[in-house]
Ligand binder design. Structure first.
Ligand SMILES: *Cc1c(COP(=O)(O)O)cnc(C)c1O
Length: 530
């Protein structure tokens, strides 16, 4: 491929360039002239290879694999702007079917043939902005009607909310009242939440699938005690459920769990189509319990084909592809597969998604989460912070953080190609750090096994880098083992007390003074004295 003469000098690192290889890509200013399409493609393609492999990105809930036919629908609809409902009534119709299906999945009290109230969004974040605005407007209308001030709305959530709630609060000027979490209880305590509710509370937002550890909040208990408070005060405070991750888990795995519109105070629910809805990034859903829960004055009406098309979104234009892909997934997979199916593992260890429905896919995710959880437990090094019932994630923290922390484990896993984030819990458990593995629909047994062997390898590497210090016994330190758990499956605490002499060991061999990190035998860096 020859270099186009149209490339500007400033964007060409070497004048003798004959291909994209010797050309540096434009970074600040648009190039003055065009270039051949192959060249533009190769330049970008080359850079993108530095990105991680999305399938090994265990940090994200967002779908990383879809079927060929779904991809075809996506590609074929890239030229359709969703907002042109007049021109694309069929696309609009398919979105409305998705809204109906999801509202029914969440047990909206709809009569036969009654259309559900809701809309597709770019993701749960937009869905939450819309839900929050609806609550705020409803509350304002109510306060105006009774002649009370309506300038200090607040919303009650757990401190474990996803960042989009903080965005909503800041962008739309609603005070966020957060129920603090505490060690060993990492979600919103419904009792404390209801205590924080006052006359200016526009809603209490519960999370089905806490971002931090996947745990479901107790929406039923929240509903019950909030009903009681509403009865006493006459306030009528509603509930929103942020089911971004759990909305496509609970209906399939825990159909008897009451978290949705079966609870009378739940007025709206969001879910991310691009998480366990199994669609690529760019789709979320918001559904309201009934038409009455979405204030009329927030809805814009568009008429097409004689029918009234209400719209309530932040964005005007957006692609149609994700909407169509969601409808494809819903009808293609269905609630469950026909007949009893054992998970099918193919040669490469991935189950055959073709044979499965949403339920089996979620069951497989849960099963693989348990495989990972057990493997992580088996190291003897971690405490599990996720629950067996919840979104299929495995969250865990080190039992012994004296030699290295979760961030070091995360870094180590990155060198094994896996992205497993480390982060801190929210207030008041900020001292707790954890690692989180999200099990998505494209996870597999093979990958679970690779992940576990990588975790073990990383622990071994870190153990060697940060030798186990001795156990303190009467000011004297005994040697400990080669990173292997002692009798009770736990590592001995690392060394020890200041002003005492530390010996450390690695591979069972004692170091002399020179083996410790400093000349006087004191441990440094990560081996704090207790
Ligand atoms: C992912 C997530 C969000 C944000 O959803 P997007 O679809 O990424 O905008 C909000 N809340 C919770 C609980 C989440 O897990």
């Amino acid at each position: 491929m020859g270099l186009s003469k149209t490339l500007s000098e400033s964007d060409v690192s070497l004048h003798s360039t004959t291909s994209y290889i010797l050309t540096s890509p434009a970074k600040y200013k648009m190039p003055e002239n065009s270039m051949p399409e192959d060249m533009a493609f190769q330049m970008i393609d080359d850079e993108l290879r530095l990105d991680a492999d999305p399938r090994l990105n265990l940090a994200s809930f967002v779908t990383t694999s879809m079927e060929e036919k779904a991809k075809r629908l996506i590609m074929e609809s890239l030229d359709k702007n969703y907002v042109d409902m007049d021109e694309y009534p069929a696309t609009t119709d398919l979105q409305n079917r998705c809204v109906n299906m999801i509202a029914n999945l969440f047990n909206a009290p709809l009569k036969d043939g009654e259309a559900a109230t809701g809309t597709g969004t770019v993701g749960s974040s937009e869905a939450i902005m819309l839900a929050g605005l609806a609550f705020k407007r409803k509350w304002q209308n109510k306060m105006k009607a009774i002649g009370k001030p309506y300038d200090k709305p607040n919303i009650v959530t757990g401190a474990n909310v996803q960042v989009c709630w903080e965005k909503f609060a800041r962008y739309f000027e609603v005070e966020l009242k957060e129920v603090k979490v505490r060690e060993d209880y990492y979600v919103m305590d419904p009792v404390k939440a209801v205590e924080m509710v006052d006359e200016n509370t526009i809603c209490v937002a519960a999370i089905l699938g806490s971002t931090y550890n996947g745990e479901f909040e107790d929406v039923k208990l929240l509903n019950d005690i909030l009903m009681e408070k509403n009865k006493q005060t006459g306030w009528d405070t509603p509930i929103h459920v942020d089911a971004a991750s759990g909305g496509f888990i609970a209906p399939f795995l825990y159909p008897d769990l009451e978290w949705d519109f079966r609870l009378p105070l739940v007025k709206s629910i969001n879910a991310s189509g691009h998480k366990y809805g199994l669609v690529y990034a760019g789709i979320g859903w918001i559904v309201w319990r009934s038409k009455q829960d979405l204030p009329e004055d927030l809805i814009f009406h568009i008429n097409y084909l004689g029918a009234d098309q209400p719209t309530f979104t932040l964005n005007f234009s957006k692609g149609s592809s994700q909407v169509l892909a969601q409808y494809y997934q819903l009808i293609r997979l269905g609630f469950e597969a026909l007949g009893d199916l054992e998970p099918i593992y193919t040669f490469e260890g991935t189950y055959d998604i073709n044979a499965l429905g949403y339920r089996e896919i979620m069951e497989n995710c849960h099963y693989l989460a348990m495989v990972v959880k057990e493997g992580v437990e088996k190291t003897g090094r971690f405490k599990i912070l996720s629950k067996d019932i919840g979104v299929p994630v495995v969250a865990f923290s080190l039992k012994d953080r004296s030699r290295y922390d979760e961030f070091k484990v995360s870094e180590g896993l990155r060198r094994h190609q896996f992205i497993v984030p480390a982060y801190h819990m929210p207030a008041d458990a900020k001292h707790v750090a954890l690692l989180r593995v999200v099990i998505r629909g494209d996870f597999s047994r093979t990958r679970a096994e690779y992940l576990l062997s990588s975790i073990n390898a990383v622990l071994k590497e870190l153990d060697e880098l940060h030798p186990v210090a001795a156990i303190q016994e009467n000011g004297h330190h005994k040697l400990s083992l080669n990173g292997v758990a002692n009798g009770n499956g736990e590592l001995p605490p690392a060394a020890a007390v200041e002003n005492c002499h530390h010996k450390v060991s690695a591979n069972g061999a004692a170091y002399g003074n020179g083996g410790t990190d400093t000349e006087n035998g004191q441990m440094t860096d990560g081996a704090k004295c207790y």
